[in-house]
Design a protein around this ligand. Sequence first.
Ligand code: FE2
Length: 218
Amino acid sequence: MSGKSYTKTIKDLSPVLYEYIDEPNRAVYEVHRGKLDPETKTCYDETTIFNGLMGVELPKTFGHYHPRNKEGYFFPELYALLEGRAWFLLQKPERSNPKIIKEALLVEAVRGEKIVMPPEFGHASANPEKKDLKLGNWKAEFDNDYQIYEILHGACYYFLESKEGSVDIIKNSHYEMVPELIKVKPKKLSKELENLEFLTNPEKYLNLLTVENCFEKI
Ligand SMILES: [Fe+2]
C-alpha cells in the first residue's frame, strides 16, 4: 500500500443515489491505493464498503467504466473478495449510446473468490450484508471514468431493501434500455490469467475474458 487513501461519503455519492439522503458526511466506503508493481505494471487497491443502508439502498461504490489501452482494447480488472459478501453490478453499454445497456450481470461473490471484470463492462460494488465488505483489486495503471455513472444517476439498476428485508432490484429510469439482470457467480480463475498480464494486455487474452468463461448462471 502506498498509504494513499480516501473515503467516499453520502455527499460524494449523491449523484448516483436512488434518493436524497440527509447524512452528507457519513462514510460509505474507504479506498486504499497501492503502489504500482514494476514487474506486472499493475496496481493493487483495497476497498471497504461499510455496513449500513443509505435510506433503503444497499451501500455501494460510485461505479465506473475503464478506458482503452494503447492498442485500443478496454482494460479488464481483477477483484478478490477478502471479507463479507458482495454484489457486483456489471453493465455493457452500446458504444454509441451509453444509455442503452446490452448486457447486465449481477455477480454474487463470497469470501475467497476472485472476480474478473471483463473488458467493456462498467461496474459498481454493493454490500448486501449487515457487516463490512472488504475487496482487493488489481488493475493496470489508468484512471477510472466516473462520468457516465454520474450523468445517468448511477448503474442501470438500484438495490433497495424492502420492508420485509428482501432486496428489490429496480431499473434506473435514466437509461433508455436496460436488459433483464442475469444472476451469476464467478468461475474459478483460469490458470492462464494468474500472472496478471491480461490486465495490461487484454488483447492477448480475449478468448478467456468472456462472460461465459468468467461466470456461471445461478
Ligand atoms: Fe474498475
